[in-house]
Design a protein around this ligand. Structure first.
Ligand code: MF3
Ligand code: CO
Ligand code: CO
Length: 248
């Protein structure tokens, strides 16, 4: 059997830095802030904790985190865009420390948001947590996907298919692809020691996305709202450890 102790120990550290960066982000979230202020905070916090922001210069990506508002599905680039009451925004951070990555995101509500938006955000979070709760040695990746898909479609929302979760470790993105939809009992089996993300992107409208001319920003084709949450987890014989859990 692989010795995964070191991988777990190191990912626990990078994951904790990423989670705490988001705790700091939560404190500054309010109408009037610019998404580049969120980026600066993430850059500083992660640096101050002896880590790198893995997104910065990753395949040419220009910033330290992703800020995806409203109909942006993922990979929104921080800018001088000002947040306003009623927006939802996903902030996705990845810390690289001592050679290992920890990747996590949350969707925040700016002031009071619509009932629909609230339900979308809540359902997305529930879907991720429901999937995490079934993970242990021997389940199928299809079990993870179907758990998310069933929960989300019961609310009339749809699962994005163009982006998925991923193995993570010494590289930011590695095998396997972790689909957020699928059939129970299909695909590869989850094995003890595996480290991967679960990061469902859920749309209020249909699942289709397109990428803008900046080469990064992915949006819903129908301009409907989209929410996302992400944790990095490590599989054990009878459950999994969430490396990016907030202690708050
Ligand atoms: N953090 C994202 C993920 O969950 C990836 C961002 S890549 C970037 O996989 F280059 F856009 F930052
Ligand atoms: Co990820
Ligand atoms: Co991420």
């Amino acid at each position: 059997m692989n010795n995964f102790k070191e991988a777990f120990e190191k990912t626990r550290i990078s994951g904790n830095i990423a989670a705490r960066a988001l705790d700091e982000v939560a404190r500054i979230m309010k109408p009037g802030i610019k998404t580049e202020e969120i980026d600066n905070l993430c850059y500083e916090f992660i640096n101050d904790h002896g880590a790198y922001s893995a997104p910065l210069f990753y395949r040419g990506y220009p910033k330290s985190c992703c800020t995806s508002t409203n109909h942006i599905v993922c990979h929104g680039i921080p800018s001088n865009k000002v947040l306003k009451e009623g927006d939802i925004i996903n902030v996705d951070v990845t810390a690289l420390k001592d050679g290992w990555h920890g990747d996590t995101s949350r969707t925040f509500e700016i002031g009071e948001v619509s009932v629909k938006a609230k339900n979308l955000v809540k359902t997305t979070y529930e879907a991720m947590m429901k999937a995490i709760k079934i993970v242990r040695d021997g389940v199928y990746f299809g079990d993870i996907g179907s758990t998310i898909q069933n929960h989300v479609e019961a609310q009339g929302f749809s699962v994005v298919q163009d982006f998925c979760g991923h193995g993570i470790g010494k590289s930011f993105h590695e095998e396997p692809n972790v689909l957020h939809y699928g059939e129970k009992g299909t695909g590869e089996k989850v094995k003890t020691g595996m480290i991967f993300t679960i990061e469902p992107m859920i749309n209020l409208g249909n699942h289709e996305t397109k990428t803008l001319n900046d080469g990064w920003t992915a949006v819903t084709k129908d301009k409907s709202l989209s929410a996302q949450f992400e944790h990095t987890i490590g599989v054990t014989s009878d459950s999994c450890e969430i490396f990016t859990l907030s202690k708050k």
